[in-house]
Design a protein around this ligand. Structure first.
Ligand SMILES: Nc1ncnc2c1ncn2[C@@H]1O[C@H](COP(=O)(O)OP(=O)(O)OP(=O)(O)O)[C@@H](O)[C@H]1O
Ligand SMILES: [Mg+2]
Length: 495
């Protein structure tokens, strides 16, 4: 047994994050850690990696009781965490980042650059990483940065490696590359803890699984012995239908029209697209096809070179996000900075800040009303928080994303651009998000839903537009198959 945690408890002020969590991980296994948003997964991993200290419970490392008070203590005994937002020195090379803070120093304390380069090259070659030691880190994709993080972790001779939602923003090919590396590390005898909300990847990678619910362990065992249906029931504490069924309505009048839009900087070429009232337009495409870039251009983040955007028939052509918001356009992305989540503000203030008028009387904020409305929206989305007064920055990742969505729902926009709305959101809440999108459509909003999860698009969208290399490669009606969508993502319809 590599690590054994028993009865782990942790409180943050008034919030109980863990109330008796157990987890045992062996060398040479990939152990999945599952649970709803706010179940305590990240907190437990922070305790294992010395970032956060436990209040109670025992932690055995290779049979010995340990207490870790800093990440470097954890690293010393062989525990490393691959951070989701890679914490790298972006102006340095891959090699320098791998050995940062651990360089061998030559005489006069000078870093031996040649040696660092050489060691990095060996490490990269040994594990066949898709990296070059000389590359600068700021030129790497998110996947590449994650690879550097993994190199950093293993060069130190770690025996336990923790991945907290590593593939949530990776393409299919990059995900496969991460899987290959995880399998390779496992074969070399490392223990791996792997957190994910993507139910489709569990069986490709996991050996055993532990499910947390409300801060304690509700199931643990071999993955082969449990059905996905049962795992989901353990996670949410009830039976849920994973299938969401939407009633498809006749679309109404055009709300947002994009005509021949070109953005040189991001490679968008002559995009024309009409979003109608009451309709959810799905948008598929590979990573880099230009879907996010299209949302950014409509929302006024990236300047448009030619073409136009009309809202209710009149030119919108937003030059700043502020103009877009004022006209009634909302953008919800996984980049919480763009979507405007203020980490130091309360949940209630975040939800209502884009539409303060709705809860003010002659310029005076009505706090009771704010609390009531924020509580209502939070309840709908199964937000896990102590109260609307809790600071957004102290919420779990998935719950922060729910606050972003709630904020824009509260804004009552006419057009909603959802860019990967359910990324990082647990399976129970996904259905709620789709439900809310359906409600918005019924109320007359026009919705664009960008998603890489084809199954979700097929379930939710009224039609699916596919992008490829900066242009629209085709459109499919409701009922299209995954194969049809993939084909358009790699080939134009005319081809
Ligand atoms: N620093 C903190 N202050 C206050 N509460 C916190 C803090 N860190 C975590 N929490 C709370 O602890 C609970 C567990 O959070 P945690 O981040 O471990 O969840 P998670 O299972 O990783 O969820 P997700 O799937 O959304 O990432 C949540 O209710 C969260 O709000
Ligand atoms: Mg988390």
């Amino acid at each position: 047994m590599l690590i054994q945690l028993q009865g782990i408890q942790k409180r943050f002020g008034g919030v109980t994050a863990l109330r008796g969590a157990d987890l045992s991980v062996n060398a040479g296994e990939v152990h999945l850690l599952l649970g709803e948003n706010g179940a305590g997964k990240s907190t437990l991993m922070k305790i294992v990696s010395g970032i956060v200290q436990r209040d109670a419970g025992s932690m055995l490392w290779k049979g010995q009781e340990v207490s870790l008070t800093t990440p470097s203590q954890a690293a010393e005994i062989g525990i490393a965490m691959v951070n989701q937002e890679a914490l790298l020195a972006t102006h340095l090379t891959v090699a320098e980042n791998i050995f940062l803070g651990r360089e061998e120093r030559g005489s006069f304390g000078m870093i031996n650059r040649k040696k660092v380069m050489q060691q990095a090259r060996e490490l990269i070659a040994r594990h066949n990483f898709p990296l070059e030691a000389e590359w600068r880190v700021d030129r790497l994709s998110p996947a590449g940065k994650q690879m550097v993080e993994i190199c950093r972790a293993i060069q130190h001779g770690s025996s336990l490696l923790i991945f907290d939602e590593p593939t949530s923003s990776l393409s299919a090919a990059e995900t496969n590359e991460v899987f290959r590396i995880v399998r390779d590390l496992k074969a070399r005898g490392m223990g791996i803890i792997y957190i994910t909300h993507r139910m489709d990847e569990l069986r490709q990678i996991g050996d055993r699984v532990t499910v947390l619910r409300d801060g304690h362990t509700v199931h643990t065992g071999a993955l082969a012995d449990v059905s996905t249906h049962h795992l989901i029931a353990h996670m949410v504490g009830r039976n849920v239908e994973a299938i969401y069924e939407r009633e498809h309505l006749e679309p109404g009048a055009p709300v947002l029209e994009v005509r021949n839009l070109c953005v040189k900087k991001t490679g968008l070429e002559k995009i024309s697209l009409t979003l109608r009232a009451g309709e959810i337009t799905g948008m598929a495409g590979l990573i880099g096809a230009g879907r996010t870039e299209l949302c950014r251009a409509i929302f006024g983040i990236d300047p448009v070179d030619s073409g136009e955007v009309l809202l209710h028939g009149t030119p919108l052509n937003a030059r700043t996000p502020r103009e877009a918001v004022q006209a009634g356009v909302a953008l919800i992305t996984e980049d919480r900075q763009i979507s405007g989540l203020a980490l130091r503000m309360s949940i209630g203030d975040n939800v209502t800040m884009a539409n303060v008028e709705r809860i003010s009387n002659f310029g005076v904020l009505k706090h009771a009303m704010q609390t009531e409305l924020a509580t209502e929206l939070g309840g709908k989305m199964r937000l896990k928080a102590a109260s609307p007064a809790q600071l957004a920055g102290t919420l779990s990742g998935g719950n922060q994303q729910k606050v972003v969505i709630a904020k824009w729902l509260f804004r009552q926009a006419h057009v909603f651009l959802f860019d990967e709305p359910t990324r990082g959101i647990d399976i129970g809440a996904k259905a709620e998000v789709f439900e809310l999108m359906g409600e918005l459509a019924r109320a007359g909003a026009a919705i664009l839903m960008v998603s890489s999860e084809l199954q979700e698009l097929i379930q939710v969208a009224d039609r699916i537009v596919v992008m490829r290399q900066g242009h629209i490669s085709g459109e499919l009606p409701q009922g299209a198959s995954q194969e049809q969508i993939m084909k358009l993502a790699i080939l134009d319809s005319a081809a």
